[in-house]
Design a protein around this ligand. Structure first.
Ligand SMILES: Nc1ncnc2c1ncn2[C@@H]1O[C@H](COP(=O)(O)OP(=O)(O)O)[C@@H](O)[C@H]1O
Ligand SMILES: [Mg+2]
Length: 295
């Protein structure tokens, strides 16, 4: 596993008001090396908090977090290890283009910049800039500055910048947040394509449900917990990922709690109580029936 997250808690403390807020309440997540994972949930669910932990921008309050060979949940990590981790292990893509791109630089300079700070030789830099520009389909925008790029183009350049230093992990926080439908779908396509092309582990957190169809598994996050996931049934064939067959799964935790997706709960008229019944008519395949009761 490239990312191992076990029972992660993140508690923010507002010292002025002496209030504690549990933004993450027991996150459990395993991400395989080279996979593309979407974590989807509403505003306030804890998505950015989780990205900050995965990117070593912030530290867990408790639990276990390992990324690559780095155990980020150790009680004391040397500052230099964190600096190196942020520089060599992760590339970030944020929602706002202003956070991804520097205002005065052209697209090719943006992509080259992280490689200069990491000391890549010039030849290699130029080669990689070209490779990345063609991978994002923007060779003809090489000399454009951020103000001359559309929102979608700017995010694509941002993605190339994130990949520039060749980090094994790409983290994206609401990468389509500022984009219209067409450009959002395009960005989703580029995530898939670049994931296949470069084989990086990619984690996208978003409220955009269209990311559900992008990956073999897309997780749901709600109130600081992973509440379920969608998974593709069978193989996703190239070209068919927009309409793959999927099933929706919920997790059962160690206390036997199951979280029901809102939609299903509403459709099944489930209020505060449920009647749970074991159906073992077929002894080989017993299952539980969950019925809403009138309350
Ligand atoms: N630095 C912080 N200090 C205190 N509370 C925070 C901080 N950052 C986020 N929160 C709170 O933690 C919860 C999760 O926030 P966040 O991770 O930003 O959610 P999302 O990205 O899914 O919208 C929210 O209730 C938010 O108000
Ligand atoms: Mg956020």
């Amino acid at each position: 596993m490239f990312i191992e997250a076990l029972d992660i808690m993140k508690i923010y403390t507002d010292e002025r008001k002496d209030i504690k807020l549990a933004a993450l309440r027991g996150i459990e997540l395993m991400v395989e090396e080279g996979s593309l994972v979407a974590i989807i949930g509403p505003s306030g669910a804890g998505k950015s908090t989780l990205m900050n932990l995965f990117g070593a921008i912030d530290t867990v309050s408790s639990g276990y977090l390992k990324i690559g060979d780095h155990v980020l949940s150790r009680s004391s990590i040397p500052e230099q290890e964190l600096v190196d981790f942020r520089r060599n292990m992760v590339g970030f893509l944020w929602q706002l283009p202003e956070r991804n791109l520097l205002p005065g630089l052209t697209a090719e300079q943006q992509i080259e910049f992280p490689m200069i700070t990491s000391g890549y030789p010039r030849e290699l830099r130029k080669k990689r800039v070209n490779e990345l520009l063609s991978a994002i389909g923007l060779k003809d925008r090489a000399t454009h500055k951020p103000g001359q790029l559309s929102g979608g183009e700017a995010q694509r350049v941002g993605l190339a910048v994130a990949l520039a230093n060749d980090p094994p992990l790409i983290l994206a926080d609401e990468p389509t947040g500022e984009l219209d439908t067409l450009n959002s779908l395009k960005i989703i396509d580029y995530f898939k394509e670049l994931n296949e092309l470069f084989g990086k582990t990619m984690v996208v957190v978003t409220h955009d449900h269209r990311f559900e169809n992008m990956t073999k598994a897309a997780y749901r996050i709600r109130d600081g917990q992973i509440s379920g996931f969608h998974r593709a049934i069978g193989d996703i064939k190239p070209d068919s990922w927009l309409q793959p067959q999927r099933e929706e799964l919920s997790f059962v935790d160690q206390y036997n709690n199951v979280r029901l997706p809102d939609e299903l709960r509403k459709k099944a008229n489930i209020g505060k109580h449920v009647r749970v019944k074991l159906n073992d008519d077929d002894e080989e395949h017993p299952y539980l029936e969950i019925h809403g009761v009138n309350d």
